[in-house]
Design a protein around this ligand. Structure first.
Ligand SMILES: [Zn+2]
Length: 304
């Protein structure tokens, strides 16, 4: 009986050992899989990005970094996409891809409302933001570029300003270049978090066209995760209106809706905006004075 018990015990030990071996080897495997794919990469210089390279936000939604030259590029046109696993705070990391024509989205984007990126808050400022909501779920690599929509490793909490005025022009530029040439683009998006912050300070976007060695497309820009008129607590994602007292010296930049036909400008929630034809509508972040200088007059209903 004793003998029998001992045997079973041994068997259990062996089983446990095998199990442990399997688990640890699969852990090693997953770790390896997580490593960025290094395939014929060129590091442009010995420098790497740091927040000290980013000028203070001055109202322009993005800034060129490193003389607009990507820190890294790639010679291999083989298509791939790689997202970092979420870290212990649930935050996204670097997303990178070699994008070719087949990867571009051909279908309408589906819903992503079920994903809550780190620092996510559903908060609206109807009078400051045309779409009302402060935060968008921002794709690191735009859906239009990779056809991947609802992957949590590709979505961060970003302001509407960063999404629309910071990132979108560069995403569109990249889509356009690939469409026009059929060439491949190395593309990397790096969300930059400070310490334990749940909301990123911004996203570094780098792109480099491979076949023509960056002649057709090359950029390195930092898109600020800010929203004019609103202060963000990056640690938590909480936000508040910037107090008028603090803001007094600087003319308030905010979102206005312009009617490019009648040359009137409105607050985003004005009833005049609802009646406006989409063809005449333009959304702009500006100060009141800037618009008046351009020849626009404030709407008589909303008195923006
Ligand atoms: Zn109005």
């Amino acid at each position: 009986m004793k003998q029998y018990e001992r045997k079973t015990e041994n068997r259990i030990f062996i089983l446990l050992f095998l199990l442990l071996a399997i688990v640890s080897s699969s852990l090693i495997y997953f770790r390896l899989k997580e490593e960025p794919i290094q395939r014929n990469m060129d590091v442009t210089e010995e420098v790497s990005f740091s927040m000290s390279m980013v000028p203070d936000y001055n109202g322009v939604p993005y800034a060129e970094i490193h003389e607009n030259i990507p820190f890294i590029s790639c010679k291999d046109t083989k298509e791939y996409i790689h997202f970092s696993e979420l870290d212990e705070c649930g935050r996204c990391g670097i997303a990178e891809a070699v994008i070719g024509e087949e990867m571009l989205a051909s279908e309408e984007r589906g819903s992503i409302g079920q994903i809550k990126p780190s620092g996510w808050q559903t908060v609206r400022y109807d009078d400051l933001i045309a779409d009302k909501y402060l935060y968008n779920r921002c794709h690191l690599i735009a859906y239009e570029l990779c056809s991947i929509n609802d992957d949590a490793r590709n979505l961060v909490t970003g302001t509407r300003s960063m999404n629309i005025y910071g990132m979108l022009p560069f995403e569109n530029m990249t889509v356009q270049y690939i469409h026009d040439t059929g060439n491949h683009v190395y593309y990397r998006a790096t969300p930059v978090f400070s310490q334990e912050d749940l909301v990123c300070k911004g996203i570094l976007l780098e792109a480099y066209s491979i076949e023509d060695a960056g002649k057709g497309l090359s950029f390195c820009v930092f898109c600020y995760n800010v929203q004019p008129g609103i202060e963000i607590d990056y640690q938590t994602g909480e936000s508040r209106r910037i107090d008028y007292q603090i803001e007094k010296e600087i003319p308030l930049q905010k979102e206005y809706v312009l009617n490019i036909r009648s040359l009137k400008f409105h607050d985003p929630d004005c009833e005049g905006v609802l009646a406006m034809s989409e063809n005449n509508k333009e959304i702009r972040i500006a100060t009141r004075d800037e618009l008046i200088e351009e020849g626009y007059t404030p709407c008589g209903i909303c008195n923006p």
